[in-house]
Ligand binder design. Structure first.
Ligand code: AMP
Length: 277
């Protein structure tokens, strides 16, 4: 695996190796969820390029940014073992040579709902960096995780508008045996909290198993109280239309819906989701 730090080196490498490219953008602190995206890319494309870049413009909380784990050596070893061909590891100045200010990209309603409501500016930052990365890597396909379901929808807007030739691939959420969704932020949980955090999965699974057509609010309220009792501070727990993310308060039993949650365990913010039908 080559490790490249500048756009120029990346473009030269791509030109020399000219072949189909599957791209996996990440912020590092890799786990098997990320590696599943690499494996999926290698099944379809000749080359896999992974980027690791902790993007400052998508953090609305400075402490979250500063505490983001950066175990680079372990990440490199995981990527080598997975068969990744190229790690793009740019510095902040490489991505933003003219500074981090950017003209907002029109994302529509998705920008301010759910994650967007609790993390103002987050999705503009995500779109800004993925736009720059796609322009640098020029891949044939991009691999994204269902774990960040709203992010996938937001990036669909960018890619449909600006990169219509890039194939989007959505990969299922990889979980610990306990059910806890793998996440780089899990590294910040104490061993006790890692056990407690399984309650997030249990909540979503319970909703999936017990949601009936009709009013959805009572089930959500019950589960919110339970999360609270277990010591979580929840930003949102909701049942939404899987295509638009609009809340579904009255389910007809047919519409494709998804349960989504964002909640804090101590100061670690965790998100997860589960499609219901
Ligand atoms: P991140 O490094 O958190 O920005 O994530 C990079 C990519 O990995 C995103 O497309 C995520 O949705 C995806 N991802 C994160 N966690 C998981 C997981 N547990 N299973 C599958 N994909 C994941």
């Amino acid at each position: 695996m080559v490790i490249l730090k500048t756009k120029k080196d990346l473009q030269n490498w791509i030109m020399r190796n000219g072949s189909s490219i599957g791209f996996v953008p990440t912020m590092g602190a890799l786990h098997n969820g990320h590696i599943s995206l690499v494996s999926a890319a290698l099944e379809i494309y000749n080359l896999c390029v992974v980027s690791i870049f902790v993007n400052p413009t998508q953090f609305n909380n400075q402490e979250d940014f500063e505490k983001y784990p950066e175990p680079l050596e372990a990440d490199i070893n995981m990527l080598e073992a997975a068969g990744c061909h190229c790690l793009f590891l740019p510095a902040v100045e490489t991505i933003y040579p003219q500074g981090m200010e950017a003209k907002p990209f029109p994302i529509g309603d998705l920008e301010n709902m759910l994650e967007g409501a609790f993390r103002p500016g987050h999705y503009q930052g995500v779109v800004q960096v993925v736009d720059i990365l796609l322009d640098a890597v020029k891949p044939d396909g991009i691999f994204l995780g269902e774990k960040d379901y709203q992010q996938f929808m937001v990036l669909s807007v960018l890619i449909n508008k600006k990169y219509p030739d890039v194939q989007m691939h959505l990969a299922a959420t990889i979980r610990e045996a306990s059910g806890l969704a793998m996440s780089s932020r899990n590294m910040r949980l104490s061993p006790e909290d890692k056990i407690k955090a399984v309650e997030i999965f249990n909540t979503l699974f319970y909703i999936k198993e017990n949601l009936l057509p009709g009013n959805t609010n009572k089930l959500i309220e019950q589960k919110l109280v339970e999360l609270d009792t277990h010591g979580f501070k929840t930003d949102y727990l909701t049942i939404a239309d899987a295509r638009t993310l609009e809340p579904v308060n009255n389910w007809d039993g047919k519409k494709k819906v998804i349960a989504l949650v964002a909640t804090y365990l101590n100061d670690v913010r965790l998100i997860d989701n589960m499609t219901i039908n």
